[in-house]
Design a protein. Structure first.
Length: 210
């Protein structure tokens, strides 16, 4: 996976531009799986104002918030939505999961349903939490995946991973690194390897129909 340079002043929102730039350009329709703060949507529209965004969200509060940045919002649970629901979205040039894939009840079913309807030249972009990140999130993911878990998930759903990027919001504090080194040393494994694995907060994955 490629690795962008980290900066001590890097914002926690530094992922927005890489995610935006990984999405298909000038899409007719983008489907956002799960409501967010709308940061990626707004940045994308600043480049491609003619593109349309549809958000699918399972919770009423999230769906209502998404109306501020999306043309259309569907209140639906992707993990249980019918084949007919997915067929309505067959014209989408791309789907994206902004730290939402790992929160779904049944992510494999969702990806398989998308695979049934997604055009051959479309893609999925997903920002997925790294379970080994040194700073645990306030809301832990429903599914804590390793890199191999993520690759296997997309493969099982009928996708091929076209690219992957490590998202590193900033360097690990020296005190945290020292503590982790002390914890890792007794295990008798490579300290540098495990520390490197703890650096990215998320992985940015682009997948295409296999």
């Amino acid at each position: 996976m490629t690795q962008p340079a980290a900066s001590a002043s890097a914002s926690a929102l530094a992922y927005i531009q890489p995610l935006r730039d990984t999405l298909p350009p000038n899409a007719r329709l983008l489907v956002q799986a799960g409501a967010t703060d709308g940061g990626v949507a707004r940045e994308y529209r600043s480049l491609y104002p003619a593109s349309s965004l549809l958000v699918v969200e399972a919770e009423q509060a999230g769906a209502q918030a998404a109306q501020a940045y999306a043309e259309r919002v569907y209140l639906a649970d992707l993990s249980t939505a019918s084949d007919h629901f997915y067929r309505q979205l067959a014209m989408a040039d791309g789907w994206y999961f902004d730290a939402t894939l790992e929160q779904l009840k049944d992510p494999l079913r969702v990806l398989r349903q998308v695979r049934k309807v997604i055009p051959v030249d479309a893609c999925i972009v997903a920002r997925v939490a790294n379970r080994l990140y040194w700073d645990a999130p306030a809301v832990p993911p429903r599914h804590a995946w390793s890199v191999s878990d993520m690759l296997s998930l997309f493969h099982q759903a009928g996708f091929s991973v076209a690219s992957g990027t490590l998202l590193i919001p900033g360097p690990m504090p020296a005190a945290t690194e020292a503590t982790l080194r002390q914890q890792i040393l007794p295990a008798g494994v490579s300290v540098d390897t495990l520390l490197a694995a703890a650096q990215p907060s998320h992985y940015l994955i682009k997948a295409v129909p296999a």
